[in-house]
Design a binder for this molecule. Structure first.
Ligand SMILES: [Mg+2]
Length: 325
C-alpha cells in the first residue's frame, strides 16, 4: 500500500476548525484512490477507522452512477464574514442551503443567522432555501433555548449539535420546534439511543470507516441522515459523495467543503455548480501530488500513523471510540 502512497499538505482558504491546512496520504488500489487524512488529535483507534475507509475506496469495487449529482450545502465557518461568504456561496456555487457555524455569543449568533436568511431569501425569492446551524456543542441548554427561540419564521432546516450532552439535548428537544441533528453525540456503542434525543444524524464517511460502515450505522440509528465531509481533499471527498447519493439522495449533503481549500490535489477542485456536485471518482493530478508533497518529517509522521493504524485493523478486537464533530 505504501509503495503507491503519497503524503500531501494542502492549504485552506481561511482558518476552519482552528486549521490552516490539511495533511495526509493518498494511495492507489485496483479500484481507485483512497485518502487517509485523520485529524492531528485522533487516536490510533480513530486513525484505524479512517484507514479502513481509505482502503475501501481504493480496493472495493464501489459502483459510481453514470451521470448523477447531489445537492450540497455551502459551509460558513465561525471566523468568516458571513455576509461575504453567503454571497459567494450563492453567486459562485449556487447553493440554496447554507450551513452556518454558530456557538459564539448569543447576539452574534442571532445576527449571523438573520443575515444569512435575509441574503438567501433575497437571492432566491419564492424558492426553497435552507439554513443549517451547527453549534458544535458550544451552547448550554439555556443559551440554546434563548437563541433558537428567536429564529421563528426563518427557514431553519435543523440545528446541529446545539448542546453537548444527551440530557441537554433531551430537554432542549422538549422546548423547541427546530429539528435537532447530532454528530459529536453519536457514539458507536450507543447507536440505538440516538433517536431518543435527535431527529437527524450527521455521518462522516472517512472517520466512520467507509461507505459500508456508514450504511450499517445509518440503519442502526434509524433516523434520516446527512452525509458530511471531514474536510478531505477532492480525492477523499469522492466516496462521501457516493454515500450521500446512496443514503440521502434528495437532501443537500454537507460536502461543499472543497470551497474551503486554497490548494488541492486536482486541477479543478470538487465544488458545487448551481448547488450540486457530480457523484464520481476523483483521481489526483500527479504534478500536484508532487508539488504538495510535505517535507521529510511529515512524511515519516504519516508513514508511522498509517502503519500503526494498519496494525490495529489486523487485530480482532477494537476499542470503541467517540466520534469527532
Ligand atoms: Mg457538526
Amino acid at each position: 500500500m505504501w509503495s503507491t502512497a503519497s503524503a500531501f499538505t494542502v492549504e485552506l482558504r481561511s482558518q476552519f476548525r482552528g486549521l490552516h491546512e490539511r495533511s495526509g496520504v493518498v494511495f492507489r488500489g485496483p479500484s481507485g484512490w483512497g485518502e487517509f487524512s485523520p485529524f492531528a488529535n485522533y487516536s490510533v483507534q480513530q486513525d484505524a477507522y479512517w484507514l479502513e475507509a481509505a482502503i475501501e475506496a481504493a480496493y472495493s469495487p464501489l459502483k459510481f452512477p453514470d451521470n448523477a449529482s447531489i445537492a450540497v450545502n455551502a459551509i460558513i465557518g465561525d471566523v468568516e464574514d458571513c455576509i461575504e461568504a453567503t454571497q459567494r456561496a450563492i453567486d459562485v456555487y449556487g447553493c440554496r442551503t447554507i450551513k452556518l457555524k454558530v456557538g459564539l455569543d448569543s447576539e452574534t449568533d442571532l445576527q449571523r443567522v438573520h443575515s444569512v436568511a435575509k441574503l438567501l431569501a433575497a437571492s432566491f425569492p419564492g424558492e426553497q432555501i435552507g439554513i443549517r446551524i451547527d453549534a458544535n456543542g458550544r451552547w448550554g441548554l439555556e443559551q440554546a433555548t434563548h437563541v433558537l427561540g428567536q429564529l421563528a419564521g426563518l427557514p431553519i432546516e435543523y440545528v446541529e449539535q446545539p448542546c453537548r450532552t444527551e440530557s441537554e439535548l433531551l430537554s432542549l428537544r422538549r422546548r423547541i420546534h427546530i429539528p435537532i441533528a447530532v454528530d459529536e453525540s453519536i457514539r458507536i456503542d450507543r447507536l440505538d439511543s440516538v433517536k431518543e434525543f435527535a431527529d437527524l444524524a450527521i455521518l462522516k464517511v472517512s472517520p466512520l470507516g467507509g461507505i459500508a460502515a456508514t450504511t450499517r450505522m445509518a440503519e442502526r440509528i434509524g433516523l434520516p441522515v446527512r452525509i458530511s465531509s471531514a474536510l478531505e481533499t477532492s480525492v477523499g471527498l469522492s466516496p462521501s459523495l457516493l454515500a450521500a447519493y446512496e443514503l440521502a439522495p434528495d437532501a443537500a449533503a454537507g460536502l461543499g467543503t472543497g470551497a474551503l481549500l486554497r490548494t488541492d490535489l486536482v486541477r479543478e477542485t470538487v465544488v458545487p455548480l448551481k448547488g450540486r456536485i457530480q457523484v464520481q471518482r476523483v483521481e489526483p493530478d500527479p504534478s500536484l501530488l508532487a508539488s504538495h508533497a510535505p517535507q521529510g518529517d511529515l512524511i515519516s509522521h504519516w508513514r508511522a500513523r498509517m502503519e500503526a493504524a494498519f496494525e490495529l485493523i489486523a487485530q480482532p478486537t477494537r476499542e470503541l471510540v467517540d466520534m469527532e464533530g
